[in-house]
Design a protein. Sequence first.
Lengths: 551, 119, 168
Amino acid sequence: MYQYDAVDQDFVADRAREFREQVARRLSGELSEDQFKTLRLMNGLYLQLHAYMLRIAIPYGSLNSRQMRRLAHIGRTYDRGYGHFTTRQNLQFHWIKLRDAPDILDQLAEVNMHAIQTSGNCIRNVTSDPYAGATAEELDDPRVWSEAIRQWSSLHPEFSFLPRKFKIAITAAPKDRTAAKVHDIGLMIRRGRDGQLGFEVIVGGGLGRTPYVGPTISEFLPANRLFSYLEAILRVYNRHGRRDNIYKARIKILVAALGAEEFARQVAEEWAKIGPEGDLPDTELARIRGAFAAAAFDPLPARSEVFEAAKAADPALARFARNNLRPHKKPGYAIVEVSLKTIGETPGDATSDQMDVIADLAERYGQDDIRVTHEQNLVLPHVRLDDVPEVFAQLQAAGLASANVNLISDIIACPGLDYCALANARAIPVAQQIAQTFADPDRAEAIGELKIKISGCINACGHHHVGHIGILGVDKKGEEFYQLTLGGSGAEDAAVGKMLGPALPYDKVAGAIDTLVEVYLRERREGERFLDTYRRTGVEPFKEAVYADAH
Amino acid sequence: MKALTANRLIDGDVVFWKAGTWVERFADADLFDDAEAAEAAEGKAKSQPTVVIDPYLIDLMESDGLWAPLSYRERIRALGPTNHPAHGKQAEGGEVIEALLSADGAARSSGRVNLIKRK
Amino acid sequence: MPTLIRRQDNDQFVLADDPFTAVSDDEGLPPGDVIISFTRFQAEGDSLLAEGRAVGVRLEPAEEVEALAYDLPRIAVVALAFPKYRDGRGYTAARLLRQRFGFGGEVRAVGEVLREQAGFMVRCGFDAFVPADGSTPQDWAHAVHRHRHVYQRAADMRTPAYVEREGG
């Protein structure tokens, strides 16, 4: 993990102090709400339906046990004893008071955490692969670049008042676990023909009102030219992004308006003027890279007899192993996904007690390394197979052992109208109902990989556009209705889902999902996931079944 | 019938106008059946920028013989999140809370009066 | 006279007398030094300079600094407008003026200029400010000096963290 040095520590402490002053000036009336709102957003503080919401940055989804315990403590002390992990690997608290925010930021700074730029029209949390450093698939460790970009983008003097928010994701493996292609900038780490490290640069992807899979602007950018190129992209956007209409202000609109080729040309032109002076020196990259040096792994056999015996004796552990474990690059280790999608609970939420359990497990069994996925789950990336039975037992005791990762009940849902001032409809109860419908773990496994994503409004924080089944809450004459889409994907085969048909009322959604699953089970061929079957059959059999009553 | 609501600056809590001050329970809120009185109150509320943020009038409807916000969003603000019945003001219970919980139907989901600003 | 705050070479902030009069396109020109729009500068800039006046040019966010490039040696002040404080185009403009075109005159922030933006503005090369929030030079000095470290190189030539770390 990256360790803050004195510079980094001073930086977050100074920022917390600055915000404390700004809060005081707001409370005294020196700052108007209009002036203050931008400042508090740049520290991740939203005003929502019931209270303030604080979005704490978990840079590229990585944190250690000490930090997780501090989040648990903040949840207990200043909130209602729980937090919500988001689709950008951050953590949100939904019941925060403005008067506590400065203390909270101080306490975060003490453990090298912050809420810098988790909102506002600036560069947001850089998200990355939660398996970084643990998977054999990666071409390079994307955390190195994520951390470098985090620092470069923090209080960037030129790019802190962009036309709109700006989101960057970095992936380094063939399987994209970051939804890079639907980000403002998606960086895909590549090797050139001579083995040189570089990036395929995608610009102008996005969700929301106008979803786009972003075009490739540079097929291969040498890695040591990353920062000058980023500066060129941001400068073109800062100068030419629309500022007249917030719904048309993202970079994806600019890229679509200019066309990818012209946009790339403008970036290249600016990039040539910036030159290598705009790049981060190799020494600094090496320093950051050194911080992510491989943890010490024990030389173990690939097969763990302890683990195998435990699986044979406990079908629940076997199911957990089937669905929640991923191969680790080191023999005898596993990547353990911890589902925050317990049937009947709020997706993505963890109580402070549960956070403490994760912290303990990471410290004791996981090299003190915890990750957040962009699908609202957690990961212990380095667990010895020998230890998995014990880890599983403790997760079970804490209600964290749902063996449903990537299955139908592993639903992503934004907080929706229950919490969010922007929402048109609720997302959480819809997710809960669907999860209940598919509570039978055998049935869920039989269905296989099926990613349902629910957003309570068109801002798409639930990433519904890239759900295999996407659900968008809309307001029809004050009632909650839900638009279903099919065939989206946020992975390397990124695609925007297509509308199924007219929006359905709240009480018809779970049933419609059931119908869609029945069609899939009927139509599927050997080895096909839901997404594959849909891509083969098209929407007709699904549409017909769901809207059969209408005929 | 209308009520006047806002979020309190210091803690973000949902509050309602009552005779020049702010109360936490919808049950205690002033109700306005006179547009002028409602707008006068709104005007006064807007002159309290260090007390509340963004005060606005909301439409009400009848439920169980009591008044409830017309819009679903405003009912959620007055009650709390539907996924945690122990969180928010709904935990208090009582007659008005019950009326809010059983209120049905809505016009626009925001329930704001004059939401659409014409330039 | 609107308040003009200037950042001096020694990083001090002072209240300054403003010798320039900002003149809109439909106003008659007073004697002395003036700041005029880019359009007006294109029409009358040469003759005003020939009169021996110091001339400043005001750029709106959509007007690009490149258009001024050839005239910069003759221009005393570039006033970059912030119609809304959230409009961040002025930061790019200032940075390019300093770092790409080597402009040595005054770069002035006008419009909705708030002390909370002081840090960003100074880093981008602004050295004069007409605040809209009644803030004082002390307020600006305080805001600018809030951060002991910066991560990026910018127009202010402050040492970025990665150089600090090398012992630089």
